[in-house]
Design a protein around this ligand. Structure first.
Ligand code: 13P
Length: 252
């Protein structure tokens, strides 16, 4: 059965020492007994991955990457490839974040290649999807989400879905303090599960974790996470300090 996941996306925040300290404080604060059915992840910047991995060794906090390049190596200045991540024992990567899509022009087709590359190297993928406010206002959000899933993930074989986690992150809720209501989140998560079921099977749909992201905070996490199709969260701002992130972890 699918697991609950709380993942912190640190984006372009935290120095070397701040990253190590935050992981240290999370390790100190996590109630290990509560972790039988949930996973905790944090995604530091590339440059802080290795010290973060060392700090999290033998701890329940999984250190994951924020992105990767679609090729294994080559003349791509400033980029990071999948084999570099797996060589450090990184096991999971975030792909398709709306900031990558909009600020760095990552298209659904490019993201399909990145997903393939990650899976080729046995990396698990947290694949982000989400609609803008304009799309929601014109009531095209279901169409948009279905398109994002279809274009980047529906070429996969059913057995590859064991390494796919979806993060539904409405763009209008990211870093804005606006959150989808628990009902809006549940409706969309149900819809995503239904389209996976239709394309593959109920087994694939039921075993895929679907996380919610967008202004998850200690004061709204419990209500959102209590929805039956919400299997945890991808947290930005509130994952940057141990107290808030631990409160969110404890609310599932
Ligand atoms: P916020 O929690 O800061 O809204 O960010 C969400 C997000 O983008 C996680 O990937």
């Amino acid at each position: 059965m699918r697991k609950n996941i709380i993942a912190g996306n640190w984006k372009m925040n935290k120095t070397f020492q701040e990253s190590v300290d935050l992981i240290h404080n999370l390790n100190d604060g996590i109630d290990q007994g509560s972790l039988t059915d949930k996973r905790i992840m944090v995604a530091p910047t590339f440059v802080n991955l290795y010290p973060s991995l060392l700090e999290s060794k033998d701890s329940p906090v999984e250190v994951i990457a924020q992105n990767l390049h679609e090729e294994d190596s080559g003349a791509f200045t400033g980029e990071v490839a999948a084999p570099m991540l797996t060589a450090m024992d990184v096991k999971t990567v975030i792909l398709g974040h709306s900031e990558r899509r909009t600020l760095f022009n990552e298209s659904p087709e490019l993201l399909a290649k990145k997903v393939d590359k990650a899976l080729e190297h046995d990396l698990e993928v947290i694949f982000c999807i989400g609609e803008t406010l304009k799309i929601r206002k014109t009531e095209n959000h279901y169409l948009e989400i279905a398109g994002q899933v279809r274009k980047s993930l529906f070429h996969l074989r059913a057995e590859q879905w064991k390494n796919i986690i979806i993060a539904y992150e409405p763009v209008w809720a990211i870093g804005t303090g606006l959150t989808a209501t628990p009902e809006q989140a549940e409706e969309m998560h149900q819809f995503i599960r239904r389209i996976i079921e239709k394309k593959y099977s109920s087994e694939v749909a039921e075993s895929t974790s679907i996380l919610y992201g967008g202004s998850v905070k200690p004061n709204n996490a419990e209500e959102i996470f209590s929805q039956p199709d919400v299997d945890g969260g991808l947290v930005g701002g509130a994952s940057l300090n141990a107290e808030d992130f631990l409160a969110i972890i404890n609310s599932i």
